[in-house]
Design a protein around this ligand. Sequence first.
Ligand code: TRP
Length: 456
Amino acid sequence: MMNDEVHIDPWGSTQSTDYSRIIEKFGLSSMENVSLPSPSRLHRRGIVFAHRDLEMVLESQRAGNPFGVLTGLMPSGKMHLGHSMVIDQVKWFQEQGGDVTIAVADLESTATRGVSLSEGKRIATEEYVSYYAALGLDPEKTSVYFQSKRNIVQKLGFQLGKRTNLSELEAIYGFDGSTNLAHVQAPLVQAGDILHPQLDDYGGLRPIVVPVGIDQDPHLRLTRGLASKTNWFNVSSAKMGLQVGVSVQEENSAVMGVESSGRVNKEVQKKVFSRIVETISGLGYSDIMSNPKHGTVNIPSAVSKDRGIIQLALLKLEREMGGMGLLSPSSTYHRFAVGMTGDKMSSSKPKTTLFLGDDISTAEKKIKKSFSGGQATIEEHRRLGGDPDKDVAYQYMMYFFEEDDKFLEEINQGYRAGKILAGEMKQMCIDRAANWLSDIAEKRDETSHLVENFYR
Ligand code: TRP
């Protein structure tokens, strides 16, 4: 292999597809052992393949506590099938009770794609948001906003900028001295997008999950790092149970009892630690060891799955004491469907994808020409069988058009056995794509009066 290193670039035109190595390299958790309430097509088929801290969100869901969903779209080009995968996941979380916020990344689009803000607005509405109700999002429970118009997002991004530096951004994104500064700001604005729903004006402290394609993980790594650097109390595992570490920083030193001379005011410090202990005992723990001198509080009987609830309680305390109290976001990652030509799917290369607005004859042509996993001749195909893993027609049924797992399994086997020919596979895909696209077009028209309701 030419490129041995797995590598993720949110703005790049290539994408590693060695998903198990991606999990390993970036410390993601596999979805394999996560048990979900009524898993969707994308979950059942392993298309959503990894996550960070999803348990935090699922626990809230199970307990009937609030949780939020945030994702974003970059308004450039037309909405294609790949984009609809994110909406499918948002819809699923919405059905599980999550409140939904969607960022229109018009600032990012200006910075990285040269799309003007007014053009971004038009593209977002006509090409993306106008399909959301058709794809099943509930406009009453979904709030879509523009980065350029939500002051708090930019302000938060700016404030968080204090917690990072150029070297870190170079390491994460491969930026260098020639990177324009609007581009450098884009990830900070995205951190603002991701973290702002937990501010008091936007729903308050609760777990927020960010469903995205794996190309967006660098932004989540950055955002999680920024959030945890602001935290006053960090929960980690100790030899026995869990440990809370108090982080004294510029922003909180006075509150923590550290005077400008560096001297520690023991009285103030004692009060801080007793508030921590109170908070933890309020959760039902009785064995709590407070050690102000070391800046720690130990909870020997707590187990790792208690971490979330303790963290939430301490973030609440931090907010009461004047801190931001930001919870690191959770996230889920989907794989990318292969482009129709076998290359990466891209809006700027219409042959690589189906757009939601494609008419049926266009879709039919693209599928007929799509990359096939069949053999060169019918005789060989019957004898050797086809490869559904490479066959675009099969893949698109699996990712997008076919709900029935049993049927998919049958055609998968049939293809491998050479019983189903490549042309037959394509025809099945064409039939389903035609239904799917005409259904979406119809619903888009029926719901066009709802588009404005998403902007709140
Ligand atoms: N960067 C994302 C993209 O390229 C868009 C985006 C902006 C986003 N803000 C976000 C995605 C917040 C998820 C969460 O498509």
